[in-house]
Design a protein. Structure first.
Length: 318
């Protein structure tokens, strides 16, 4: 057994390697009985054993599939991934977890479903899906098989978005917030589902910072650019879907105006860390309702942009 103390923790972490693999900190214990796959615990043991060095991606990412064989071969070479498959089904039984990162959300359901049915931990990129029925089907499959399911936009883990959430709550408690606004990219004519593509980020910034209870969306399209107002019971949030390189948010309160930039440069690392933690503990990083709600919001946004009329967001699903 090896024991070391992490300065950020109040108690030492006790790690057992021999006969089993387990971690104990005070009354909290996690071990390989929590996971049907021994490989993931071998991975955690490997991380601990080699904690003094940076471990390259090629030691963990073992298989890759892509829609374009040429692109897949290029990525595999750049990332030192040794096995490229011509059919994702060939990964079944060979991997402990998968990340579905197809750019078009309409493809996510069919790509992820076989892995979830097989009980394999699965991350589904934003937008989770473009159809709420397909999103609910993925959640149902995960619940039935016991597979871990996570994903959506990693903007929900962005430190600046979390700052916005905390600042909004503080201002609500001190005089109230009159309105709010932010900018983020969004393309009506994106080949990857139009507004669904980047809109997946915006939807989760909104649900993280201001909550999931959006009632309706109004959208105006001028010269190909979309400006939308997301209506809450006591707040309107204006989003400018502008193709610019800097992102900012503003809170207009009774006592102050707070303006803050949103730096998303670290969100993929933060999202991956959440997924790995979830895989190791067999605990979803977020409730499944947080995967479903952004799809409902995006459905309303797209409807509002297409019709020019106020679109109401469907009741939440869990």
């Amino acid at each position: 057994m090896e024991t070391f103390t992490e300065p950020a923790l109040r108690e030492p972490i006790h790690i057992t390697f021999f006969g089993e693999f387990s971690l104990c900190a005070g009354k909290i214990r996690i071990d390989d009985s929590l996971n049907r796959s021994r490989k993931m615990w071998n991975m955690l043991a490997y991380l601990v054993a080699h904690r003094e060095r940076a471990i390259p991606q090629r030691e963990f990412v073992t298989m890759l599939w892509g829609e374009s064989a040429q692109r897949a071969a290029f990525v595999a070479n750049e990332a030192h991934i040794h096995t490229v498959v011509d059919d994702p089904a060939r990964m079944l039984g060979q991997v402990d977890a998968v990340m579905v990162v197809l750019r078009h959300g309409a493809q996510h359901h069919d790509a992820a479903l076989p892995f979830l049915r097989a009980g394999i931990s699965t991350w589904v990129d934003k937008p989770f899906t473009t159809d709420i029925g397909q999103a609910a089907a993925l959640v149902a499959a995960a619940r039935e098989s016991g597979a871990l399911l996570a994903g959506g936009s990693t903007c929900k883990y962005c430190p600046d978005v979390l700052w916005l959430r905390d600042k909004y709550r503080a201002m609500c408690a001190d005089g109230g917030v009159i309105s709010a606004g932010l900018n983020f990219p969004g393309e009506l004519d994106s080949p990857y589902g139009g507004l669904y593509f980047y809109g997946g980020h915006t939807a989760e910034i909104l649900t993280t910072a201001f909550g999931p209870d959006i009632i309706s969306v109004k959208a105006d399209v001028t010269a190909g650019n979309v400006i939308a107002v997301f209506k809450y019971a006591s707040l309107g949030v204006c989003v400018n879907f502008a193709e610019v390189s800097e992102f900012h948010a503003a809170l207009y309160g009774a006592k102050e105006v707070a303006v803050h930039s949103i730096d998303i440069s670290t969100i993929y690392r933060q999202g991956f860390a959440k997924f790995v933690q979830g895989v190791l503990t067999r605990t979803p990083p977020e409730p499944y309702g947080t995967l479903l709600r952004p799809v409902q919001i995006l459905n309303a946004l797209v409807e509002a942009a297409q019709t020019g009329r106020e679109a109401f967001v469907a009741p939440p699903l869990e």
